[in-house]
Design a protein around this ligand. Structure first.
Ligand code: DLL
Length: 430
C-alpha cells in the first residue's frame, strides 16, 4: 500500500531532477543562516555549482558541535514568527540542540509518517496507541500528526503507567503501537503478569534506539505482532526519515526528502553502497532548519538491491555510532554532558565512570563519582545530600534518571591515553 505512490517509487532521471532542484533550493535556504553563508563563501560554492547529485560532495559537512555554537536560534533560516513548533534533542554539553519547524515543515513531516504507516499496511480503520513521550522528544507529536493525517484513531497515551496502557490496548481494541523496543518488551512482560494476550495488536513500530533481530523475534512472539524498525533524528524532523517496508530487509530512506551518503568517519571519504560507515544526510525540503551534509554519527550502509515493494534505496538497520553518544531508554546522552554537569559541582573530584546495563529489558545507567577528600570525610547524611544533588543536576540536563554512587578520591582508574569513561554492557543483551 502506498500513501504517495508516484513520489515513493520515483526513479532515474525524474528522481534526480527533483533531487537537484531541491538541493539547490536547500543551499539557497541555508544561505539565510550566517554559519552557512560564511562556510559556503569560504568554500566558494553556491547553488549554481550543483549540476548533478554527486556534486553534493563539493559541500562542506555539518557536525552536531556546529549546531551547539548556534544555540538557541542561530540555525533558523526563517523569521522567528514563521516558526510554529520547537523540539529539542540532547546536545553534546549543557545546552540542547534546538530544532524549529515552519507550518510547511510540520506538513512535510506528517506526510512522511503517513507514508511509513501506510507502507506497513495501516489505514483509517486502525486504532493506534502512541506510547512515547509527547514533550520535546520528536517521537510523540511526530507520529501523532502522521497517524491523524491517515485518519487513524489515535490514543496519545505517552509513556508510563504500564498497566493502564495495557488496559487501554485491550479495552480500545488497539491494533498498532509505537514505542521504543525496550518499552515494548516491558509492556509484554507486564501483560504476561496481568494474564492478557493483547489479542488485538497486529503492528508494532519501534525505534529511537538500537535493537537487534533477536529482540525483534522476542517481541513478535511475546506480543504476537509484526514489528517494524523506524529510524530518524530530531535534526531530520524526527522519526520518519527511514522506515522498514513489509519486506523488512532494510529501511527505505525517503529519497525525495533526503539525500544520503556514507562516509569513512575518520577520513570523510565517501564510501560505496555495501560499505559500512557513518550516515550523512542532507534534508531536501526543510524550511526552518536546512542542513548540509549533516554527520549523524550513526553507522550503517546503503543497500542497493531493488526492493520488491518498488520503493527507493534502503539502509541497513543501525547498530552503532561513530561517536560516544549513548541511547538510554530512547534518550540520547553524551558523556560530555555528564562531564559538564559534574564539573560544575564543587564537591565532585577528578574522575567519574559511567556503566550502562540492561535490567529487565530497561536501560540503567550508573555513574561512579569521585568526591573530593574534604567532603568524603563528612557525615553519611552529608554524603547523601551530595548524592541527591548530583542525581538532580544530571536529571535536569540529561532528562534521564541515573543511579549515582560516590567513591573515594583516586579510587577510579586513570588513563594515560584517551579516557575510557563509559562501560556499556548492553551489547549482548539487545
Ligand atoms: O530518536 C527520533 C525517533 C523517534 C526515531 C521515535 C524513531 C522513533 P533523537 O532523539 O534526535 O530522535 O535521536 C536520534 O537516535 O541518531 C540514532 O543514534 C538513534 N536512533 C533513532 N532511531 C533508531 C533506530 C529520535 N531505529 C538518534 N535504530 C539517532 C537505532 C536509532 N538507533
Amino acid at each position: 500500500m502506498f500513501w504517495n505512490k508516484e513520489t515513493e517509487t520515483l526513479k532515474g532521471d525524474k528522481l534526480e531532477k527533483l533531487q537537484i532542484k531541491r538541493l539547490k533550493w536547500t543551499i539557497k535556504q541555508a544561505e539565510n543562516i550566517p554559519f552557512y553563508k560564511k562556510l559556503l563563501n569560504e568554500s566558494k560554492i553556491n547553488a549554481i555549482d550543483i549540476q548533478n547529485v554527486k556534486d553534493i560532495q563539493k559541500l562542506p559537512f555539518t557536525k552536531k558541535t556546529d549546531l551547539q555554537g548556534g544555540y538557541p536560534f542561530g540555525f533558523l533560516a526563517v523569521q522567528k514568527k514563521e516558526i510554529v513548533r520547537i523540539h529539542t534533542t540532547s546536545g553534546t554539553t549543557g545546552k540542547p540542540t534546538v530544532v524549529g519547524y515552519t507550518k510547511q515543515d510540520i506538513e512535510n513531516w506528517s506526510e512522511l509518517i503517513a507514508r511509513n504507516m501506510t507502507m506497513v499496511g495501516l489505514t483509517a480503520d486502525d486504532t493506534f496507541q502512541n506510547a512515547v513521550n509527547y514533550g520535546l522528544f520528536t517521537g510523540g507529536l511526530g507520529f501523532h500528526y502522521g497517524a491523524e493525517k491517515i485518519g487513524m484513531t489515535v490514543i496519545p497515551s505517552g509513556t508510563g503507567n504500564t498497566k493502564r496502557q495495557i488496559e487501554m490496548i485491550d479495552d480500545f481494541g488497539v491494533t498498532a503501537i509505537h514505542c521504543t523496543p525496550s518499552y515494548a518488551m516491558h509492556l509484554a512482560e507486564v501483560a504476561e503478569t496481568m494474564n492478557t494476550k493483547l489479542k488485538t495488536l497486529k503492528t508494532g513500530m519501534f525505534g529511537a534506539e538500537p535493537w537487534s533481530d533477536n529482540m525483534r523475534k522476542n517481541l513478535e512472539s511475546k506480543l504476537d505482532l509484526k514489528a517494524y524498525d523506524s529510524y530518524g533524528m530530531s535534526e531530520m524532523y524526527g522519526p520518519g526519515a527511514a522506515f522498514e517496508c513489509q519486506e523488512r530487509t532494510g529501511l527505505h530512506f525517503w529519497h525525495d526528502s533526503y539525500l544520503i551518503e556514507i562516509i569513512d568517519p575518520d577520513t570523510g571519504e565517501v564510501l560505496e553502497p555495501g560499505q559500512k560507515g557513518e550516515l550523512v544526510v542532507t534534508p531536501l525540503v526543510k524550511e526552518a532548519m536546512p542542513l548540509l551534509r549533516y554527520r549523524t554519527g550513526d553507522i550503517t550502509m546503503i543497500l542497493e538491491d531493488e526492493c520488491p515493494c518498488g520503493r527507493g534505496p534502503k539502509i541497513a538497520r543501525l547498530t552503532g555510532r561513530s561517536d560516544d553518544m549513548l541511547v538510554i531508554r530512547g534518550i540520547n546522552v553524551f558523556p560530555s554532558q555528564i562531564e559538564h554537569v559534574l564539573r560544575a559541582i564543587p564537591e565532585v573530584g577528578e574522575q567519574f565512570m559511567v556503566y550502562v546495563d540492561r535490567e529487565n529489558h530497561l536501560d540503567e545507567m550508573t555513574i561512579e563519582v569521585e568526591i573530593k577528600r574534604e567532603f568524603f570525610k563528612g557525615e553519611l547524611s552529608d554524603l547523601e545530600k551530595i548524592q541527591k544533588k548530583i542525581i538532580h543536576s544530571l536529571k535536569e540536563i540529561l532528562n534521564v534518571r541515573t543511579k549515582v554512587s560516590l567513591v573515594e578520591p583516586e579510587s577510579l582508574p586513570r588513563f594515560e591515553g584517551k579516557a575510557k569513561r563509559v562501560i556499556d554492557k548492553r551489547g549482548d543483551k539487545l
